[in-house]
Design a protein around this ligand. Sequence first.
Ligand code: DGY
Length: 339
Amino acid sequence: MSKRLKVWVSRPLFADALARLGQFVEVDAEPVERTHSAQDLRRQLAAVDGAIIGLADRFDATTLAGNDRLKVISNLAVGYNNLDIDALTRAGILACNTPDVLNETTADYAWALLLAAARRVGAAERWLRAGQWQGAMRFDDWLGVDVHGRTLGILGMGRIGQAVARRAGGFDMRVLYHNRHRLPESVECECAARWVDRETLLRQADHLVLVLPYTRENHHIIGAAELARMKRGSVLVNIARGGLVDEAALAASLREGHLAAAGLDVYEDEPVVHPDLLALEQVVLSPHLGSASAGTRRNMAGMAVDNVLAGLGLGPTAGRPPAPINPGVLDARRRGSKA
Ligand code: DGY
């Protein structure tokens, strides 16, 4: 019997997903959630043909140096700023992600944060749980800002951004978006959204949602200057990546009362949350769980398994992974050369 290929799974995964993987390959799955050092990752990857990894696992040329066994890395996320795609491509390693299956769930969560931040849900719940609701409440207590009928701004209008926009109709909102590329008219129509330049978006949005991928170029794309240009009393929601926002500047803007509130699911230095943000009642904070519904996380796991199997030439879609990030690697393999 020929030797089975081996796949490392860097974090605990659903048992059924692991069982399916195990039908085709030898599986080395981490039983508990833990942080892997660069050295740890390097050692694990040297001994496997494929890997399913999480966002906290970072891969660059150093992690991959000297590895001539690894063929595919399957990221359990749509965003892949944890992967140096150029280095993977140079090394002939296929990288895959989990797009689309999480669009609607993540868009739901953007709204959860927006509504919670605008209407002060987090602070009010803490107050109530602390037993502070004693007797009559003042009529002018707990005043939030309205969501309905206002202008929603979306920075980054990929598929998740579009799903966020589609939901705005129910709140009778005007939707503006900015994206490097303007969407086809048919999509703008479907989302009832209008393209504007970034400056207009910042100045006109009552509620601004960030849904763009993180790259070196858009590091702190929302900094002190941008926050100052946003409307007084507006709300910022970030469900994308923490590095998009200068967190100290955001905390300052909230403290000064320029921004009314913020809803954050992502942080620049996860799992560390900037202490200035932790100190503010008007920020709703969650631990990067935008895609975390039971159904969606299962779908993501299923797609990650399909990606790694297909990337290794196994399973029902052998050679045709559902979501390759650097498909040139596959073409080069077919030609028998490096990408
Ligand atoms: C993603 O898929 O990129 C999310 O941020 C992780 O849940």
